[in-house]
Design a protein around this ligand. Structure first.
Ligand SMILES: [Zn+2]
Length: 699
């Protein structure tokens, strides 16, 4: 495969939809090198001028240039995610360092920072649009948080901290992975497998065979660990696996893999970094670009949620204990019994099988149902459309206004493939904006460039039956919910009305509010009228029976009190670690965790449990002092859906229009709290979330 000559390089063609049909791995390096050189030259030119920076001569050309790079690189990362064959992996990995270092360089470029600041502080600022002002404010905020305003003598230290933190985070996840891999449990006596489903046994047998052994091998990876905890009748096996899992990367294992010293160091460095920036602690820094206003506000929110969930959680635990005692002959409910007893109680209370439900969710019916929901809610039309794609299974659609005007387009890549990254996600191909120059865009100057999104899932593809006849793909209810979730992200991107790329759609939306549209859409998977319309049994064509739906509904909130308290416990622990906890002080991280648990938990794990050592979200991911975001966004999405419930119709037209115009259309051009207030007419309230989770008794 010879790459395209540079003028024909599809990554450098911004005139229309991505040209997946002609794109070659060999196109990546030359295209990205060209764009990086162009961007560097532009930055050089813009920051060398003595001319005062204005929106037109500074911010706008930078937006154009950065857009080209992010569109081209976005196409590469997309193909790398959906077609991870060796040639593409090489093309991606060999170019990634150049791209990362370019972005790091831009983030540290003080002349760029000065340019943005000059516009923000000049007389032009007042004349700019709200969206443009917000783009500038965000740029300046991000430069500040990456240390741009520090006195020169503090900068090297700040930089050194950032680098050490990156290394520590990487080491934290490496240790965790190595510790996860270090443990295996091989069973030779089949009677110890009692209770385990056949597929879990099969996988364990194959795992042992790969080691050249007989018997059944279990590991601490989820697909192996979880079925044991849920189904294995052997309490010895569950206890052994649980202990190994709970003590990963701790002092109970090899010293080289112990994450305890890393945790302390990470917390110390984050605190030092925050103090260099003029804040008391890292949680304050983390909240600057978020919707939540202050640490006490988030702590109050979490404590309030804990209070409300507590009686339900206590009942959950009491139910589990009495069921364990009466039905399973377990005198005590140990930590390694919880998942097992929960599963048994779930079956006893709401017996129905996921497989049974799945027969009703056939692919075309689900898609038609989803599209109808979108059309009714937002007064738009969805139609099949054509575009070059990366795989024959990928479909392409357009969203139009009722009078036929194009609003946006999206790819839908539903099925799992070996070369596709796992999970489900939405990504953008093209963002909405008003176009300044033709070379960079899919539209003429002054025109609106229409947004394009990728929706990706990993569902099972259609199969042939025993007679070789093709059967439609069927999805579990969870999968359908996932599809609605990702579509919600997609609509946030596609239905925006904002003309400035930097704050159109999802761009610039606060991290703790970004899940609002996605979780909002999930509600429609629980509406009886929607489900009736969205289901047709694969053999009989019958819609989902009401009796089955009632069972699903009853099981929906199973143990939700307990689960809520667990999330609150993790969130409070995270927030307090990064605010009032002193990493250099006498108290240990485990002391703090114990204190948080005394406040909120109904189920306290054994003393040897080392939860912090595997809390990768906050020590190796981007969730430090941000784990609360899950619950925070859930309050917002549930409360928004509550507006439809109050109107008495999930498709209430004025409410749908308002959700579109005040939340989806404005995207990041306004703060999330202003969007919310404009839609709901008040501040967020937790009641709808409690009601949806079955945690309100009086209605
Ligand atoms: Zn999401």
């Amino acid at each position: 495969m010879t790459p395209n000559a540079l003028p024909d390089n599809p990554l450098l063609d911004f005139s229309g939809l991505p040209r997946f049909d002609t794109l070659m791995p060999g196109d990546v390096q030359p295209a990205i090198t060209t764009l990086l050189a162009q961007d560097r030259a532009l930055i050089e030119r813009l920051t060398a001028d003595d001319v005062a920076a204005t929106w037109e001569n500074f911010a706008a050309p930078l937006t154009d240039a950065f857009e080209q790079l992010s569109r081209a690189w976005g196409m590469v990362t997309h193909v790398h995610s959906v077609n991870d064959v060796p040639e593409w992996r090489d093309a991606y990995n060999s170019t990634l360092p150049e791209v990362s270092s370019f972005y790091a360089e831009v983030g540290q470029n003080l002349k760029l920072f000065a340019g943005y600041k000059a516009i923000a502080e000049g007389s032009e600022y007042a004349q700019l649009s709200t969206a443009q002002r917000r783009v500038l404010d965000n740029e300046i905020r991000d430069f500040r948080l990456s240390g741009a305003e520090l006195p020169a003598e503090n900068k090297p230290r700040f930089q050194a901290i950032a680098e050490e933190l990156a290394q520590l985070s990487a080491k934290f996840s490496e240790n965790l992975l190595d510790a996860t891999n270090a443990f295996t449990e091989t069973i030779s006596d089949e009677s110890e497998l009692a209770g385990l489903p056949e597929d879990a046994r099969q996988a364990a047998r194959e795992a042992a065979e790969r080691d050249g052994r007989t018997g059944w091998k279990f590991t601490l990876h989820m697909p192996s660990y979880l079925p044991v905890m849920q189904y294995a009748d052997s309490r010895r096996l569950r206890a052994a696996m649980y202990r190994a899992y709970a003590t990963r990367a701790s002092e109970f294992g090899p010293e080289a893999l112990d994450n305890s010293p890393l945790i302390r160091r990470i917390l110390e460095l984050r605190r030092e970094q925050a103090q260099l920036l003029g804040y008391d602690n890292y949680a304050e820094v983390s909240l600057v670009p978020k919707m939540a206003e202050s640490v006490p506000q988030v702590i109050d929110f979490l404590q309030d949620l804990a209070c409300k969930a507590r009686p339900f959680a206590e009942k959950d635990i009491a139910d589990l204990r009495s069921f364990a005692f009466a039905e399973l002959n377990l005198a005590t409910l140990e930590a390694w019994d919880v998942a097992y007893v929960s599963e048994k109680l779930l079956q006893a209370r709401y017996a129905f099988s996921e497989q049974e439900v799945k027969q009703y969710f056939t692919e075309e019916r689900v898609l038609t149902g989803l599209f109808k929901v979108i059309e009714r809610l937002f007064n738009v039309r969805l139609k099949p459309d054509a575009a070059p794609t990366w795989h024959a299974d990928v479909r392409f659609f357009r969203i139009e206004s009722t009078d036929g005007e194009l609003i946006g387009q999206f790819y839908l890549d539903l099925y799992a493939r070996e070369t596709k990254r796992s999970g489900a996600w939405m990504d953008e191909a093209i963002g909405r904006r008003c176009v300044r120059q033709t070379a960079a865009a899919t539209a003429a100057p002054g025109d609106i460039q229409k947004p394009v999104a990728y929706l990706n899932c990993n569902f099972s593809r259609p199969v042939r039956d025993a007679d070789g006849i093709a059967r439609p793909a069927t999805f579990t209810h969870d999968e359908v919910t996932t599809l609605f979730h990702e579509t919600g992200h997609g609509l946030h991107h596609l239905l925006t009305h904002v003309d400035e790329l930097g704050v159109a759609g999802i761009h610039g939306v606060e991290w703790d509010a970004v899940e609002l549209p996605s979780q909002f859409m999930e509600n429609y998977c629980w509406e009886w009228s929607v489900l009736q319309d969205m289901t047709a049994h694969i053999d009989t064509g019958e819609p989902l029976p009401r009796a089955l739906f009632d069972k699903m509904l009853a099981a929906r909130n199973f143990l939700s009190g307990m689960q809520t308290l667990r999330q609150v416990e993790f969130s409070l622990f995270d927030l307090r670690l990064h605010s009032d906890f002193d990493p250099a002080g006498e108290r240990s991280v485990l002391d703090l965790l114990a204190e948080v648990r005394r406040q909120v938990a109904v189920l306290v794990p054994p003393a040897w449990h080392r939860f912090p050592n595997s809390f990768a979200h906050i020590f190796a991911g981007g969730y430090a002092a941000g784990y609360y975001s899950y619950k925070w966004a859930e309050v917002l999405s549930a409360d928004c859906y509550g507006a439809f419930e109050e109107a008495g119709d999930p498709f209430d037209s004025p409410t749908g229009q308002r959700f579109q115009s005040e939340i989806l259309a404005v995207g990041g051009s306004r703060t999330a709290i202003d969007n919310f207030r404009a839609f709901r007419g008040r501040d967020p309230q937790v009641d709808a979330l409690l009601r949806h989770s079955g945690m309100i008794t009086n209605d």
